[in-house]
Unconditional design. Structure first.
Length: 277
């Protein structure tokens, strides 16, 4: 899970675009990807034109538009179109976690700003909104011939029993051509991280990430065969999940190593001060 990262629906959760003047409304690892079919989202490059043999008529140029939404609360009724379809993917993290005496991974996770920076190190593409929420400008995502620039709000929350939950609470799709705007679109990202200490050989870092897209395709994409749409959507979601997982496996684990060294140095400094007192 986890996207310092340019998470992307692109090469197949690559992700960061530039910010716009208004705040988006509405609008997380050896791994196993589970996908379920449905049909993907739409977003198209501005400036595409349709050429036909009929006489040309003047019409206003298409505009790039933004689609915004807030993630639905658990149990809330869905506002999605009855024609919408869903694609989903999940991935897991399971790797050794070294917790020396006096240093807890749960303590490390309490510092949410630090954890966020470890997972999303590119500060030029993120903005802290509150103690637990950050806006992330993702890299452009590509789907078939459509390119979209997503902006998401990521929430990190600590569990009472230890561990961390993350989810997207708001999202915005920027750069969509007005002709490719879906009638409805929902993006769901939920994940968790925790230390599993019930192992004989030591602690394990475990995580789980689920990504889903529910979309009513715009007319230009309805002519694409379903098998092609499914294949592209599954590839996009799998790539996104794998990149977020990599950010945890690399960025978070490396920063926890630095955290351990900082704690050890702090204890050594206190011990030296006490010995001189």
């Amino acid at each position: 899970m986890g996207t310092g990262t340019g998470t992307a629906l692109g090469p197949a959760m690559a992700a960061a675009a530039s910010s716009t003047a208004h705040r988006p409304r509405p609008l997380p690892a050896a791994a196993t990807a589970n996908r379920s079919a449905s049909r993907p989202t739409a977003s198209a490059p501005p400036g595409r034109t349709l050429v036909c043999s009929a006489p040309r008529q003047s019409r206003p140029p298409r505009r790039a538009v933004a689609t915004t939404a807030r993630a639905a609360e658990a149990g809330a009724p869905s506002s999605t179109s009855p024609d919408a379809v869903t694609y989903s993917s999940s991935i897991d993290t399971d790797m050794p976690l070294y917790e020396p005496l006096g240093v807890s991974f749960d303590e490390y996770l309490q510092d949410r700003p630090r954890v966020f920076r470890a997972m999303f190190p590119d500060e030029s593409r993120s903005q802290q909104l509150s103690d637990e929420e950050w806006r992330i400008q993702m890299l452009p995502l590509e789907f078939l011939l459509i390119t979209v620039r997503p902006v998401v709000v990521m929430q990190l929350r600590n569990r009472n029993a230890g561990g961390l939950d993350l989810r997207i609470t708001e999202w915005e799709l920027r750069g969509l051509d007005s002709g490719y705007t879906p009638a409805s679109f929902d993006l769901g990202v939920r994940g968790s991280l925790y230390a599993d200490r019930g192992q004989r050989r030591g602690s394990r870092l475990r995580g789980h990430l689920e990504i889903s897209i529910t979309v009513a395709l715009p007319p230009p994409l309805r002519i694409v065969p379903e098998a092609i749409l499914r294949g592209v959507a599954e590839s996009v979601l799998s790539t996104l999940a794998e990149r977020m997982k990599r950010d945890v496996d690399v960025g978070l684990v490396a920063d926890f190593r630095r955290f351990r060294l900082e704690k050890a140095a702090s204890r050594a400094a206190v011990a030296r001060a006490d010995s001189k007192a």
